[in-house]
Design a binder for this molecule. Sequence first.
Ligand SMILES: [Zn+2]
Length: 384
Amino acid sequence: MSAAALDMIAKLVGFATVSRDSNLELIEYIRGYLADLGVDSRLVPNTDGSKANLFATIGPMVAGGVVLSGHTDVVPVDGQPWDSDPFVLTENNGRLYGRGTADMKSFYAIALALVPEMLARGLARPIHLALSYDEEIGCLGAPAMIRRIAMELPAPRAIVVGEPTDMRIVTAHKSITGLETLVTGYEAHSSQTHRGVSAVMTAARLITFLEDLAKENAALRVSQTPFEPPHSTIHVGTVHGGTATNIISRECRFTWDMRCIPEDDPQDYLQRFERYCRDEILPGMQAIAPEASIVTAMRSSVPALVPESNGAAETLVRHLTGYNSSDAVAYGAEAGQFQRAGFSTVICGPGSIDQAHQPNEYIETSQVDACVGFMHRLIDAQAA
Ligand SMILES: [Zn+2]
């Protein structure tokens, strides 16, 4: 295994860039590393300046570049049974353990480790790095950077998003729509159920409606879609509501998401939900308390990645990996956002998605080697 790649993976895993915290220490480290090599970076900060995207160009500022894209944030480790410190890279038996080893610091750590080689080779066409924040909480950071890339960089020919695919080529992912529903009822003593409107019990009915909708959809769909599962899904992840057993609850809030195959429009499901609220649920609530309400807000929306016919990114990555087939994945990623902005995009990166978000997350060293080989062939392609 390349010592420089191993060192850089260890360095990046050492920054505990959980999405709720700042990523600036990691960003400043990468900016400093690139600056020492004579490569300028551009930062795209969030509104309060606590996080930033970074993009940088190695090679000439000309069209035909390849963007290597990754997210700097990782999911939390709270409550997970880790056998080693998640933020200290630990090598054991052909595996590198640490949060972010698979999802997805290794991909761009390897690219960063090879920047000296890219510079020494003298690229004819550039390799761009694009590192985002807040991917894990709804791909919130990347859109502002993608707009800057579209405005400021000469048109790249391909985007490679290095989410873990075992270095296989992924040309399709589902869309993700993240939502939050707030049910406002009316408080009363729990012995006086005819005088109050329970937000918690109303939320339970709404959640059951969503589950029924998801089941009905799963049963109806007969599809050739390559996704697993082969249909759109709806899932409620958190519920918070009520203050005491003997108080009819005033508020209940739940968060949910829809992950839709490209041929399904999430708006259709949302409209059915809204219609159910308006026609079946709200009239009964408001007969007791006119101010009762159900409000649903969209928290995030990531478009699906759709297979391109003769896509430049797929053609390039087939050449670089030697794979002739392409896959679809159920998880969402920033790839759909790049594609929606007009860029030819695929996902291809080292490590397995099975390891992502798990305790004792790891990447096989053989995957690191495979990614180093991929980067060498990319350098060859951009030097020619
Ligand atoms: Zn990821």
